[in-house]
Design a binder for this molecule. Sequence first.
Ligand code: GDP
Length: 307
Amino acid sequence: MNITVLAGGIGAARFLAGLASVVPSESITAVCNVGDDLTWHGLHVSPDIDSVIYTLAGLEGEHGWGVRGDTTATLDGLRALGIDEWFGIGDRDLATHLLRTDRLRAGATLSEATAAVATARGLRVRVLPVTDDPHPTVVRTAEGDLAFQEYFVHRRAAVPVQGFVFPGATAARPAPGVVEAIRDADVLVIAPSNPFVSIGPLLEVAGVRDALVASRARRLAVSPIIGGAAVKGPAAEMMQALGHEVSALGVARLYTGLIDTFILDTVDAALLPDVRALGLEAVAFDTMMTGDEGRARVARAVIAAAS
Ligand code: GDP
């Protein structure tokens, strides 16, 4: 059974780690968002891909990003030089960005550089960037258009959002294997990720949405909204700002036409009839991925819901 996961960062990474603990890693493909990518002192950083790789390797930091127990000598050194550095990269994390950037400068594609990083971390899950082309997410705000990390990290996601723009979308082609992984999967899961800035950018790449619509897979999505709030991050605020109902039902509406089954948390079980009224199958269980056991439990329940 081949399982493809449409993935953002931390929520997706935790789900993938659970999945890899209950099915063979070789059967899993993660199609990852690159809208958050940035250039940091000349280095190509792919935050969502790195969250997925570090988490699958069991190395993720306490807050879900970076490397656990990492040191900050480089950042401290930059600040000592008078550089006002707002994006935090740890010293061990830096090694990943050096490897990726070296590969890219030597002519590798982002897919090839990602595979090099994943292999070096011992992964057998296939980790694919959705595209090898530049495909940044731009956040439209009252203060103007902001690059994603400018909005998310520098402004701490505190600027009201008006919408999103994907200037690379028209030229971006799916990376090798992406369309096939979506079209030919047995099970396809939209991870519990931000619908606007993690899953949205994936669907903007030409051919990806069509592959999802045409896929022969059993297609499921796990709600990132539980009890009307995001587990973490700005997804709820974004739904509110863009005029969507801030609930699992609001997320289900966003995915209608793309999936067969919507999974919401037990605390939202009262919404099951409303989700079914959208023409979707709906299942409720505890979707909090706390600890290794929580991740594995959610992965098992999603597989059960697919069969
Ligand atoms: P980011 O780019 O690192 O913020 O990561 P994602 O887009 O993958 O994930 C963020 C979303 O995942 C947020 O909307 C969270 O509410 C959701 N999320 C995180 N952990 C969990 C969890 O344990 N269960 C569920 N259902 N959603 C989660």
